[in-house]
Write a protein that binds this ligand. Structure first.
Ligand SMILES: [Zn+2]
Length: 507
């Protein structure tokens, strides 16, 4: 690190000390040769007149003769993330220009490449938010522009080579712009960052512009928050308060091993949604949300749930080692989205007092009804993940119903001694990142170990049978009564039932 700063200083001194163009050129060339022995680096240039154009130059080592983007989750783009990339140019270390041939899956082959680092330059034109129909999964997982600046996902912007370490990213942006990202700020530099590995670029995001920036730290987790757009900005204080609340709740409830610098990017968009990209969370607020906020003069349940949902991914599922190769990833959609994140979010909301008990039950009933409409005797939670977008109701609300129904059953069976959150604590401890991989069978085995055969069998049936999940039936175990479209704690509920239900609410 120290060595690097000294060299940078030397460059600056040399460049400022230059007298002629020729010297200037030599200095730049020297700089490249010296830099070849140093870390990979990227310089991202965005100017105010054309904020949708990002010009990138990089010094890196190709992977064999290939350079590539992170094609994972390409959001249905026909040519993957490369769709918006233009003018890829490469010089080798002798300064020779190499022919670059675009290949499938956002890869480029460097013809005649022999060895050493290359000097790469390219542009990416931000059009991810202008597509009709809209980009699959939402532009908050790709890139967008709004009144305050631009949001970029790392996968939409970076072309990388061989996996590298301690990579520098420098921003060349308007004077009054700032950058909010999870990357480490280089000491003394406002707009230069460092990441440990290439992967940290590929699974990242940033907002650059005149947005509002705030930060918070809880335990081992630090979060930088970017808020852009008028409505998001108006809610900034409330967003921060709620995020802090969920951080504390999730940390305690799941004993999450999460230890990270994260970023949360929130902005006004024309739809509601969110996505997690490694340690970056991106959330959009829709016009409906904005209308509701104008009336409620603050946060809405919709946005609270969205934040809690995305944070759950970071605290729980994303901390697990899961066999999520292309073939098996769909099998876990219900477990991650509905059973995990929706259940985690709704329970966090009611247990931290963001939702009242009555509001919570109304929200659950509304979703149970939607889920019931999609039950057709064929789709199961597990196979719905093969078409997550078509069967999103089953993946999200079906998974949620499975979790709540199972939790009620566990509380009843164990007389309130155990609950569903114990499963997450156990899984996070037993299957942490880079350890043994979790499979569906191991989830059922964990349920067997923690709660016994009846519960493990119930979980198997809820997730693998196309029959409706018995939410209404299991709710009766908690003394909950469903009548005229409303669910309430029955007047006739027994003391035992009340105890279980208040246990669920953490009262
Ligand atoms: Zn999710």
């Amino acid at each position: 690190m120290k060595k690097l700063s000294v060299l940078y200083l030397l460059f600056v001194l040399q460049i400022t000390g230059c007298k002629t163009d020729r010297e200037d050129f030599q200095t730049l060339e020297d700089r490249f040769i010296v830099a070849s022995n140093l870390n990979d680096e990227y310089i991202i240039t965005i100017n105010e007149a054309q904020p949708r154009l990002a010009n990138v130059t990089a010094i890196l080592h190709p992977n064999g003769d290939i350079i590539q983007m992170n094609e994972f989750n390409e959001h249905g783009l026909e040519n993957g993330w490369a769709t918006f990339v233009e003018n890829v140019q490469v010089n080798d270390k002798q300064g020779r220009s190499l022919k670059v041939k675009a290949k499938e899956n956002s890869q480029w082959k460097l013809q005649g490449y022999k060895e050493g680092k290359i000097n790469l330059s390219y542009s990416v034109r931000l059009g991810h938010d202008l597509l009709v129909p809209a980009i699959r999964g939402g532009d908050n997982g790709a890139a967008y522009r709004n009144e305050d600046g631009v949001m970029w996902a790392g996968r939409a912007l970076f072309i990388g080579g061989k996996s590298s370490t301690n990579i520098h990213i420098k921003f060349n942006i308007p004077e009054n712009w700032n950058v909010t990202t999870q990357w480490r700020k280089l000491k003394g530099e406002e707009k230069t960052f460092e990441v440990d590995k290439t992967k940290d670029l590929f699974y990242s995001a940033f907002f650059a512009g005149t947005h509002k920036h705030t930060e918070l730290t809880t335990g081992n987790v630090s979060l930088r928050i970017a808020m852009s757009g008028k409505f998001t900005d108006e809610m900034s204080q409330k967003i921060k308060e709620q995020v802090a609340k969920y951080f504390e709740y999730y940390g305690n409830q799941y004993k999450s091993p999460l230890n990270a610098q994260m970023v949360l990017i929130m902005g006004d968009r024309n739809y509601s949604g969110g996505e997690v990209m490694g340690k970056a969370i991106s959330i959009s607020l829709s016009p409906e949300t904005k209308k509701e906020m104008a009336i409620n003069n603050g946060m809405t349940n919709r946005i609270s749930r969205l934040i809690a949902h995305e944070l759950f991914h970071s605290f729980a599922f994303d901390q697990l080692e899961v066999d999520d190769s292309d073939d098996s990833a769909p099998l876990y959609e219900w477990f991650n989205e509905g059973f995990g994140a929706e259940y985690g979010a709704f329970t966090a909301l009611v247990r931290t007092g963001v939702l009242t008990e009555a509001e919570f039950l109304d929200e659950i009933i509304y979703r149970m009804k939607e889920y019931q409409n999609e039950v057709n005797g064929k789709i199961t939670l597990v196979n719905a993940g093969n078409d997550k977008f078509k069967y999103s109701t089953t993946v999200y609300w079906g998974g949620l119903m499975a979790a709540i129904s199972l939790d009620f059953l566990i509380r009843d069976e164990t007389n309130g001694k155990k609950n569903l959150d114990d499963l997450w604590v156990y899984l996070l401890k037993t299957y942490p990142k880079n350890g043994e991989a979790l499979t569906l069978n191991k989830i059922y085995d964990a349920a067997l170990k923690l709660y016994g055969k009846k519960i493990a069998d119930a979980l198997r049936v809820y997730s693998n049978s196309p029959d409706e999940i018995p939410f209404f039936e299991n709710a009766k175990l908690m003394g909950l009564n469903y009548e005229n479209g409303k669910m309430t704690l029955a007047k006739k509920a027994t003391e035992r039932q009340k105890k279980q239900w208040f246990g669920f609410l953490n009262k």
